[in-house]
Design a protein around this ligand. Structure first.
Ligand SMILES: O=C(O)CCC(=O)C(=O)O
Length: 260
């Protein structure tokens, strides 16, 4: 649960950084599962950034009984997501972002609702929780956000280089009036951010990986009305925080569907 002042901070800034949300044992389990779950490497998709960099993403829609799903189903995250979105939420998708040393690609300014709008969600009632698997620094391409930019509402998204990003003209103007924040994080830290928050990241030019598990949620009352690449509402089976350690190294189920 977030305190009143943390919630206020989220509403004003469009994000809230929960330092040390997961303890050392939970963070070690997360890193081990990320690196060793066969589905993460086998189902990963390459995303070229158009400037010589390349990121790998493994994305799945359903939360199952695996250790990785225990993070997305954990009381700690789900209750905060429900506070922020003001009602019941369900699992939208989870993804492992794999920014490898020296080659990890950049992401241009975008809002997640720039994409999810097209999944026929009527309201911007979605959020993401970025859980740091590795230390995230400026050198390895940490997430950058424009503080307060969720208040702009949804910006048109279009081709920007080889990616789909927010209208660059508006982003230039937004950068003049809102502070750019580098979200440097330690493993186990979690960043909750609004689906209209402008965010981007640079290439990983360092010798260190920058992996993250990003769990995304939609409000029950915002279930897609039409065609969507992500699920319509079904209840999220939340688990007590202790479930992460109790589950141990159980890998993602073979029956899950991954992004193609
Ligand atoms: O992993 C990153 O650096 C960017 C992730 C991102 O922008 C997203 O998942 O929407």
């Amino acid at each position: 649960m977030l305190t009143e002042s943390q919630l206020t901070q989220f509403n004003e800034d469009g994000y809230y950084l929960a330092k040390g949300l997961f303890d050392e044992e939970e963070t070690d389990l997360l890193r081990h599962a990320a690196r060793h779950d066969p589905a993460i490497s086998e189902k990963a998709k390459d995303r070229e950034d158009g400037s010589g960099g390349k990121s790998r993403i493994t994305l799945w829609n359903e939360a199952d009984d695996s250790i990785l799903s225990m993070y997305s189903r954990s009381e700690r995250i789900v209750s905060a997501a429900e506070q922020i979105l003001g009602g019941e939420v369900y699992h939208w998708h989870s993804k492992m972002m794999q920014k490898e040393p020296f080659v990890g690609g950049a992401w241009v300014w975008h809002q997640d609702y720039g994409y999810w709008y097209n999944d026929t969600c009527l309201f911007p009632l979605l959020l993401s929780c970025y859980i740091a698997v590795d230390k995230a620094t400026k050198a390895n391409g940490c997430l950058q956000v424009l503080k307060g930019s969720h208040l702009l509402g949804r910006i048109d998204h279009m081709k920007v280089g080889d990616q789909t990003g927010a209208d660059p003209v508006r982003c230039v103007e937004a950068e003049k009036v809102m502070p750019l924040v580098h979200c440097e994080m330690d493993p186990g830290d979690a960043l909750f951010f609004h689906c209209n928050l402008l965010h981007k990241s640079e290439q990983n030019t360092s010798p260190d990986p920058r992996w993250a598990l990003i769990c995304c949620y939609n409000a029950k009352r915002n279930s897609p009305f039409g065609k969507s690449g992500h699920p319509t509402y079904s209840p999220l089976q939340r688990v007590p925080d202790a479930a992460i350690k109790e589950t141990g190294l159980k890998y993602l189920g073979a029956d899950l569907e991954f992004l193609e």
